[in-house]
Ligand binder design. Structure first.
Ligand code: GDP
Ligand code: IMO
Ligand code: MG
Length: 436
């Protein structure tokens, strides 16, 4: 004991990579429970910037063993490319392990992702185009190829045949594309087998054994609560469960072993891709947040849509995930704004909503009702305690805490690992764990 889960509380890019890196030095394992190379987690250590996509950011923590969990979908080409990129920068990737049950992203999943988006036209999701949705579709349809299949060519061939039978009909007859060749696909996967073999483990067994020994496991969620296929702004979501419950399924760590669920949340809000976003800014203030916050996607380079903090989203995320703590990031980006709006309720066609509406239609019609908080002009990037913060910044945090349903235990005041205010330790000591 214990396991701790890090979850994005908005629409992604909240700073989960930074939070993982901050805690990485205190844990024995970092497991990625969901998603694939659709993620983009940035870690800045001593001015050096790393951008992780498929790999957990925990790979940069020298004492932690990074694991890609069963709930992930793995693009093998992207995996080795990322490993090589890190090795070229002197990082040690030798401890990386991958669950035998994780699913694989095939080249045809990427093709299907792109043609599906094109066919959706105006209703397109704005996916990352990495084949994530089609790979999860195959998993649920029981047509997926798993990491372990790469080591048994006859099984692999059967599975590829099974998976391609229907897809080739679809590709040729509906999407007007070339059929995918079975032999080529089998060869594509087996070409990685020898490099992959030493990394593959029964991750659930390894992680639970570690917990039994009293070691600490950090689960680094990808994506975010409102991109969750069950709890997010469906259908404008990803195809996995990035919420805390999903982390349990995606790593094989039972819910009773998770003692902390830490929500990572920006001091404002961003979103990449399509879908509703009540506090979105369409004026020069949106551009200001985008520029000041460096809000351009790590993965696809797309500019992120920007808006104000939404307390209804924060409360909903607290509930869905059972958060024990919030880590508010990017407070420094708000420095210099005279009055900071925070969304405290929605106006839906003339009716006030104090909590997230039940239906998609109402959420699409939601207009933010703001409360305004006085800003500050002092540089806060050197603040390391609450007392170091200007009074108005402190009050802003306390106001968010009051309306977000969970205590705020850490505050980011810059991208670097050290640019953090810790109010409550996020890794519980054993006595705290027992008390829970
Ligand atoms: P993730 O996907 O949740 O890991 O987040 P991303 O890495 O995609 O985006 C978060 C961005 O904000 C990255 O560029 C981080 O380096 C940066 N960042 C994280 N925390 C802070 C903070 O407290 N202040 C500032 N200015 N930048 C931060
Ligand atoms: P991290 O882990 C932000 C978004 C895409 C799109 C939708 C579906 O860095 O926070 P997908 O390719 O997953 O089928 O796309 O989800 N999306 C993300 N947005 N951060 C991410 O990851 C995201 N991963 C997926 O933009 O709207
Ligand atoms: Mg990101």
């Amino acid at each position: 004991m214990p396991a701790i889960v890090i979850v994005g509380a908005q629409w992604g890019d909240e700073g989960k990579g930074k939070a993982t890196d901050l805690l990485g030095g205190l844990v024995d394992y970092v497991v990625k429970p969901n998603g694939g190379n659709n993620a983009g987690h940035t870690v800045v250590v001593g001015g050096e910037k790393y951008e992780l996509k498929l790999l957990p950011a925990g790979i940069l923590s020298p004492n932690a063993t990074p694991i890609i969990g069963n709930g992930c979908v793995v693009n093998l080409e992207a995996l080795f490319e990322e490993i090589e990129g890190l090795q070229a920068r002197g990082a040690d990737t030798s401890k990386l392990r991958i669950s035998a049950n994780a699913h694989l992203v095939a080249p045809y999943h990427q093709v299907l992702d792109k043609v599906t988006e094109r066919f959706l036209g105006k209703r397109a999701i704005g996916t990352t185009g990495r084949g994530i949705g089609p790979a999860y579709m195959d998993k649920v349809a029981r047509l997926g190829i798993r990491v372990q299949d790469v080591f048994d060519e006859s099984i692999l061939r059967q599975k590829v045949e099974g998976s391609l039978k229907q897809k080739n009909e679809l590709l040729v007859k509906v999407y007007n594309r070339r059929a995918v060749d079975i032999d080529e696909t089998v060869e594509y996967f087996t070409a990685f087998a020898e490099r992959l073999r030493p990394m593959v483990i029964d991750a659930t067994y390894v992680l639970n054994e570690a917990l039994d020994r009293g070691e600490v496991v950090l689960m680094e969620g990808g994506q975010a609560t409102f991109l969750d296929v069950d709890h997010g702004t469906y259908p404008f979501v990803t195809s996995s469960n990035p919420t805390a419950g999903g982390a349990s399924v995606g790593s094989g760590i039972g819910p009773t072993r998770i003692s902390r669920a830490v929500g990572i949340i920006k001091a404002y809000t961003t979103r990449v891709g399509a879908g509703p976003f009540p506090t979105e800014l369409f004026d020069e203030m949106g551009i200001y947040l985008q520029k000041t916050g460096g809000e351009f996607g790590v993965n696809t380079g797309r500019p992120r849509r920007c808006g104000w903090y939404d307390a209804l989203l924060a409360r909903h995320a607290s509930r869905v995930n059972g958060f024990t703590d919030y880590f508010v990031t990017k407070l420094d980006v708000l420095t210099g704004i005279e009055q900071i709006p925070v969304c405290v309720a929605y106006d839906v066609d003339g009716v006030r909503f104090d909590e997230m509406p039940m239906t998609q239609t109402d959420f699409h019609h939601a207009k933010p009702i703001f409360e305004y908080f006085p800003g500050w002009t002092e540089d806060i990037t050197g603040s390391r305690t609450m007392e170091d913060l200007p009074e108005n910044a402190r009050n802003y945090i306390l106001a968010l805490e009051g309306m977000s349903g969970t205590r705020i235990s850490a505050i980011g005041v810059g991208p670097d690992r050290d640019q953090t205010i810790v109010r409550h330790e996020l890794i519980p000591t054993s006595s705290q764990t027992e008390a829970r």
